[in-house]
Design a protein around this ligand. Sequence first.
Ligand code: PLP
Length: 384
Amino acid sequence: MIYLDNAATTKMAPEVFQAMTPYFMEHFGNPGAVYSHGTEAKKAVAKARESVASLIGAKRDEIYFTSGGTEADNWALCAVAEAYGVKGKHVITTKIEHHAILNTCAYLEGRGCEVTYLNVDEHGMISLEELTRSIRPDTILVSVMTANNEVGTIQPIREIGAIARENGILFHTDAVQAFGQIPLDMRELGVDLLSASAHKLNGPKGVGCLYVREGVSLGAYLHGGAQERSHRAGTENVPGIVGFGAAADRAKNHLSEKVKKEIALRDHFLNKLTSEIPDCKLNGHPDKRLPGNLNITFLDVEAVSLLLRLDSLGVCASAGSACTSGSAKPSHVLTAMGLADSDARSTIRLTLSDENTMEEIDKAADLIRDSVMLLRKKKLEVMA
Ligand code: PLP
């Protein structure tokens, strides 16, 4: 199998698995208990919080563990709407967010909030002028993703943070795709709230975090016990949190090496595909994009047929995001970037990791080329 769907999820790293293992059966105690068996778990959760914070230059107490990116996004948006509802009910986001943001915005609209959805250009980039123009006296939150999950475009986070701060508005970023993939420093970027998810950086599924900058006061997401400083009640997912910490340590230690390797693989892949396959086009920003992301339109080829064929040949890739792969609608991200529905339906996403090899990339490129040619030939035969 050649796995090229790392934006959907990543394979757990062996050192992450090893770090987690003792917390299932050996140190199974409740971190809230007073006996030493529980203290072991409590210490492990504290260590993981330190590791996750350290990856983004945050303080330990600014990290709140959640069940993943979706929960962190829901929490950030709903808690700001609730806490700042007296100041206003206007939220600014973009048309290309993940559905964890878009559907939470729709929920808030149903509860009296107004949401402005910023446009993006043909590269998937927002306009800072449009952002500035959209700010109103009742704006309470700007939520713009750090990097897009489909096309990999990286937004100007520092500049967005500065605009939000100048206007006294909170800034949330969904960094699920960027966390552990590119350097992020909370002190430099002026971010107030950030969502992340462990399974995108070789950690376990079902665990993530919300970073809340010190000084920002948000209400609790889950009510109950005193876990997560009374903000997210429920006995902690200790093995998951330990795995997230180990994945953050691993990402921190390998980040520059990983970025370099992924860029080399990606550029080689892109070169090979575009030089050997006529009528194909890269979507997203030419250079402000995630190191491992390629999003390519192959004209006159149904993405679903191409993906099924690639699957039968042992190549895992996707069209759009994993969460929308069952949907008949063309990608909202690609259509917001101006692609026609038919082109959006002819687009696939290839997301690499530093575990991929040049041989795999060459083989995948050959299989994609042959499949695209075959599907185009079949289409012509049907039309003849
Ligand atoms: N936000 C983005 C940008 C994502 O890509 C994803 C998952 O693909 C999520 C949020 C949801 O994260 P999780 O799967 O941890 O709930």
